[in-house]
Write a protein that binds this ligand. Structure first.
Ligand code: FAD
Length: 322
């Protein structure tokens, strides 16, 4: 029986949502293959169980102390040991920092096709056609992998996850791996303070551009985001001006986001920014320039001064939440 490996990702000892999308894509790719979830860096069976409830047929928990702090090097080594044993025809990763780093290394070692940043799939098995954005989201490419094993990275928030079925059963095995000759070892990770919501998985994002004019205004955006149950993002203009951290940058050289609601405040809508947010379900733009490019992709546009509009929105929301 052929197999597809779905690579799960952990954060704060919980599975990231994209893990469930890897399973969903694997099932759509070949519903007769065995879908094997691989969770690296844990020996906690609850993670394997959750992957099986989400549609995997079995789960492998790959354990080694070094894997608690993922690096491309230790993940690649550990995964290669699983791949050599399982001989999958397909491997699905999240299109996340670690997925983007590890998948090409594995593809290189296997001399296999890698289709990255996939947003949808049509057809099945060898006939499966994967769609991925190219030219910073200006066009979409339909592509097929023609090697014995094909690797795919899936853009978060694009593949509908399967309904959880807690009655699903499957084997969960722990695989101890040996990692040898690691060239880098992470000693400590010092986290930046954040709202706790991962930008790439956020449902609501309030984003600030150069038009916000100061770091203080960012706190106003944060208040609006929190009222909406979301988080804040930024254009490179805002990051370059020092209004916020580069970790918040959305766009071609920043994060790619697909929230249900994206509110762009004082952002002109440069192509490099749009590349990171144009797949948002609803886009609201607040800009004082009626000719700003952001209005050409917005579902709702507010032509006005953000320093007047945002306090009004905050006030209105507070009233309605009372
Ligand atoms: P601006 O273009 O300066 O726009 C500010 C906007 O604020 C204007 O439209 C203005 O009308 C409005 N405004 C001003 N005051 C107010 C007010 N009081 N109320 C309402 N509106 C107001 N950019 C990204 O964002 N992400 C990327 O990943 C990225 N990658 C890049 C990669 C490369 C190789 C290059 C060359 C560029 C990249 N850029 C990226 C930069 C990009 O080209 C733009 O320069 C940047 O997005 C502009 O940011 P901005 O819209 O905040 O600023």
């Amino acid at each position: 029986m052929s197999k597809i490996i779905a690579v799960a990702e952990l954060r704060d000892n919980g599975l990231r949502n994209v893990s469930f999308e890897t399973i969903s894509l694997a099932k759509q790719w070949d519903d007769e293959s065995e879908v094997v979830a691989v969770v690296l860096g844990t020996a906690d069976s609850k993670h394997g169980q959750a992957m099986i409830h989400a549609g995997a047929d079995r789960a492998i928990l790959v354990s080694n102390e070094q894997l608690h702090t993922p690096t491309a090097e230790n993940f690649t080594q550990a995964l290669m040991q699983v791949i050599n044993e399982e001989q999958p025809t397909g491997i699905v990763f999240g299109h996340t920092s670690i997925g983007k780093d590890v998948a090409p290394r594995i593809a290189g070692r296997l001399n296999a096709a890698l289709l990255s940043d996939v947003v949808s799939i049509e057809g099945q098995k060898q006939d499966a056609v994967f769609t991925r954005p190219i030219y910073a989201g200006k066009a979409f490419e339909k592509t097929q992998g023609k090697t014995e094993t094909v690797l795919v990275t899936v853009r978060p928030n694009n593949i509908e996850v399967l309904q959880t079925d807690s009655s699903r059963q499957g084997d969960i095995t722990v695989k101890e791996v040996e990692l040898v000759d690691l060239k880098t070892v992470v000693k400590e990770v010092v986290r930046k303070v954040s709202s706790g919501i991962d930008l790439s998985e956020a449902k609501v994002i309030v984003s600030g551009g150069r038009g916000i004019k100061s770091a203080d205004t960012f706190e106003m955006l944060r208040e609006l985001a929190e009222l909406l149950g979301g988080t804040v993002g930024a254009s490179r203009g805002a990051c370059d001006a020092g209004y916020c951290d580069y970790a918040l940058q959305i766009g071609q050289t920043g994060k790619v986001v697909t929230p249900d609601l994206y509110i762009a405040c004082g952002i002109s809508g440069a192509i490099q920014h749009v590349a990171g947010m144009s797949n948002s379900k609803i886009i609201v733009a607040i800009n004082k320039d009626p000719e700003a490019n952001i209005f050409s992709i917005a579902d709702y546009g507010i032509v006005g001064d953000l320093f007047e509009v945002i306090p009004l929105l905050i006030e209105e929301l507070k009233q309605s939440l009372k």
